[in-house]
Write a protein that binds this ligand. Structure first.
Ligand SMILES: [Zn+2]
Length: 91
């Protein structure tokens, strides 16, 4: 009987703990996204998180500089969609 009461208390404690953690995380996320949702996103063509878009010279695909395969050719950084395209550019 005492054990059951203890378990209930533990459950209530854990739930309130989880709620406060979720609340803090939620507030943190809201603060993070607040500058982006201030209405300036209509002017910027490129999304900040995804990086700049560059054209893959091999297949013509537009790739994000954040995720592209980079290679420096004649002092210029060229962006590719994949290592395969990067290899083709060499040949
Ligand atoms: Zn490509």
């Amino acid at each position: 009987m005492v054990r059951a009461v203890l378990y209930i208390f533990l459950a209530i404690f854990l739930i309130s703990l989880l709620r406060s953690i979720i609340g803090v995380v939620g507030k943190g996320l809201a603060a993070l996204f607040e500058p982006d949702s201030s209405g300036r996103d209509s002017t910027g063509a490129e999304p900040r998180k995804a990086g700049e878009l560059k054209r893959d010279p091999v297949c013509g695909t537009y790739v994000s500089t954040a995720t592209s395969v980079k290679k420096t050719v004649d002092g210029q950084v060229v962006h590719f969609c994949s290592a395969a395209c990067s290899e083709k550019y060499k040949a």
